[in-house]
Ligand binder design. Structure first.
Ligand code: NDP
Length: 344
């Protein structure tokens, strides 16, 4: 049987509650021509998945959507054999099909992974969509220059830690914003940001201004709300900003927080970029990997994962991430990763 998590049949709350998801099972599917059956190893948990649920994108009763790292069990796809590792979109399910006719977002193209190129889990993180998101927003859109001040919110998270390090690579002075003290210390001491302040501090607004004595030239927005309120007065003439995400608003009942933020920033003369990573997959994925993969391999770009264990842990890990109780890119290992034993 194939176990999966689905949205329970009740109104979707502002933020996930213990009874928001329910566990179901159905017979494990059989691959048709041009399809493969895969066993999920890692489920990637990402803030946008809550947006899918709030907006009713997912059909009720189907497995919750997620990008996954999986191993092929049975294949009717040329060039894909049992035992191969793949990036695909099994969702919050123990097994899933990939290949012809399997629904998925158009830009999430399944592909075979080469475990000799690095940990397979990185393909949903720094060497996948999250790394490309940081690269597109920071390197392509905001283009930080040497000596400029760059601010990154949710700086210890999956996207933020990469965005800040890419700006450092270009000689900018980088200031992170994070929550808990251990995250602030990690961003400053291990990722090498020039400073990091906590949005949980009662003196957050003053702390941020003090950390940016020359103002802000680039802001990489992951959060919104009062974090943006603190950045706004600090923008310099010629400043650029990418609205990557607005996690503080993902429980809002309505309104367009992105449009409101854009107009407030533009009123101060800031050039504002919206970002959708799917727009960059075809055009920039290869250039991004060519630049970032070697930096990850040598340790020049560091990357922290928060890997929870067990299929049952998915809903709680997801709620934790939305509350900031993750520390690094959030994944759940739902079955054995044979590449770990091979690496030991
Ligand atoms: P993270 O790993 O950064 O996890 C979310 C983090 O957000 C938390 O750890 C917490 O960090 C912070 N946070 C949550 N709520 C608040 C709040 N109310 N105020 C301040 N901080 C908060 O997630 P990702 O790196 O995966 O995603 C970061 C952002 O990038 C998200 O907004 C996501 O939607 C967006 N994104 C956008 C894409 C695009 O195409 N535009 C693609 C991928 C991601 P802390 O404890 O430090 O506050």
């Amino acid at each position: 049987m194939n176990r999966f998590w689905t949205l329970a049949d009740r109104p979707v709350p502002a933020w996930p509650q213990p009874d928001t998801f329910e566990l179901r099972e159905e017979p494990t599917p059989t691959p048709g021509p041009g399809q493969a059956l895969t066993r999920t190893i890692y489920v990637s948990l990402d803030p946008y998945q809550w947006g899918y649920k709030r907006r009713g994108v997912e059909p009720k009763g189907s497995p919750c959507h997620a990008r996954t790292i999986s191993q092929v069990v049975e294949s009717r796809i040329d060039g894909l054999a049992p035992g191969d590792f793949v990036f695909n979109t099994n969702g919050w399910a123990e097994y899933g099909l990939m290949g012809e006719g399997v629904p998925r977002p158009g830009y999430m193209v399944p592909r075979r992974l080469d475990p000799s190129q690095g940990r397979i889990s990185l393909a949903v993180g720094v060497l996948g969509m999250l790394g490309l998101t940081a690269y597109a927003g920071m390197t392509l859109q905001c283009q930080p220059r040497s000596g400029e001040t760059v601010v990154v919110s949710a700086a210890s998270g999956g996207v933020g830690q990469i965005a800040g390090q890419l700006a450092r690579q270009r000689g900018a002075r980088v200031v992170g914003i994070a929550g808990a003290r251990r995250k602030v210390a990690y961003v400053r001491d291990e990722l090498g940001f020039d400073a990091c302040v906590s949005h949980l501090s009662p003196t957050f607004t003053e702390d941020l201004a003090a950390a940016c004595p020359a103002g802000v030239d680039v802001y990489f927005e992951n959060v919104g709300g009062r974090v943006f309120d603190a950045v706004l007065p600090l923008f310099n003439p010629g400043a650029r900003m990418t609205i990557c995400g607005l996690i503080a608003h993902y429980g809002d009942a309505g309104g367009d927080a992105g449009a409101a933020e854009r107009s407030r920033a533009e009123a101060r003369g800031v050039t504002v970029h919206n970002l959708f990573v799917g727009d960059f997959v075809e055009s920039h994925h290869d250039a991004f990997l060519a630049e970032v993969a070697p930096l990850v391999a040598t340790g020049e770009v560091r990357y922290r994962e928060d890997i929870r264990e067990g299929f049952e842990a998915i809903p709680a890990a997801f709620a934790d991430m939305l509350r900031g109780e993750n520390f690094g890119k959030t994944l759940v290992r739902v079955s054995d990763d044979p590449t770990l034993a091979a690496a030991e």
